[in-house]
Ligand binder design. Structure first.
Ligand code: FES
Ligand code: FES
Length: 180
């Protein structure tokens, strides 16, 4: 039997029908496949497709998750943010976290970067003043074959010191952060 589901993706409500008919979301379709193949949100990368590399990380209801390990059919009423959802929807300006990655050269090929940024965003949203250990732990599921890890940590600390990851400034956060 066909089932209607609704997922809020990057602040846009999307409706899907789960079923076997042509054009429907198969019960076996992953969220990663839906994002990339149906919605054209190809900023979320497919690496291992087995939950091991973190390339496909998105934020679901505030938590970083591997979208290759989640079935779209199980995402009814969920809220999902992808890398495309971080830029300012009006001006197109990059999120401060994205800018910090550019400013700190925190990538080389860039394939892992969307996943790493989403993991970092989820961390800072939940814990605005993380320790180095907490930063490292939050990124432990994200592999970078170009070994950009040191610059990634520097980029994240640059954001923390500047005041957070949202455009509203969030000065309350950095004022509470202790210097490293
Ligand atoms: S592609 Fe999902 S964890 Fe590797
Ligand atoms: S920058 Fe190339 S895999 Fe991370």
């Amino acid at each position: 039997m066909n089932e209607k589901i609704r997922i809020c993706i990057n602040d846009v409500n999307r409706s899907f029908t789960v079923g076997e008919d042509e054009g429907y979301v198969l019960p076996s379709e992953t969220l990663l496949q839906t994002l990339r193949n149906r919605l054209g949100l190809t900023g979320t990368k497919q690496g291992c497709d087995q939950g091991a590399c973190g390339n496909c990380t998105v934020i679901m209801d505030g938590n970083a998750i591997a979208s290759c390990m989640v079935l779209t059919a199980d995402c009814d009423d969920r809220s999902v943010t992808t890398i495309e959802g971080l830029e300012d929807p009006v001006t197109g300006e990059l999120n401060p976290l994205q800018k910090a990655f550019v400013d700190n050269s925190a990538f080389q090929c860039g394939f892992c970067t969307p996943g790493i940024i989403m993991s970092a965003k989820a961390l800072l949203d939940n814990n605005p003043c993380p320790t180095d250990d907490e930063v490292m732990e939050s990124l432990s599921g994200n592999y970078c074959r170009c070994i950009s890890h040191y610059q990634v940590v520097e980029a994240i600390h640059a954001v923390i010191e500047k005041g957070g990851v949202n455009y509203a400034g969030l000065s309350i956060h950095w004022q509470a952060c202790k210097p490293r």
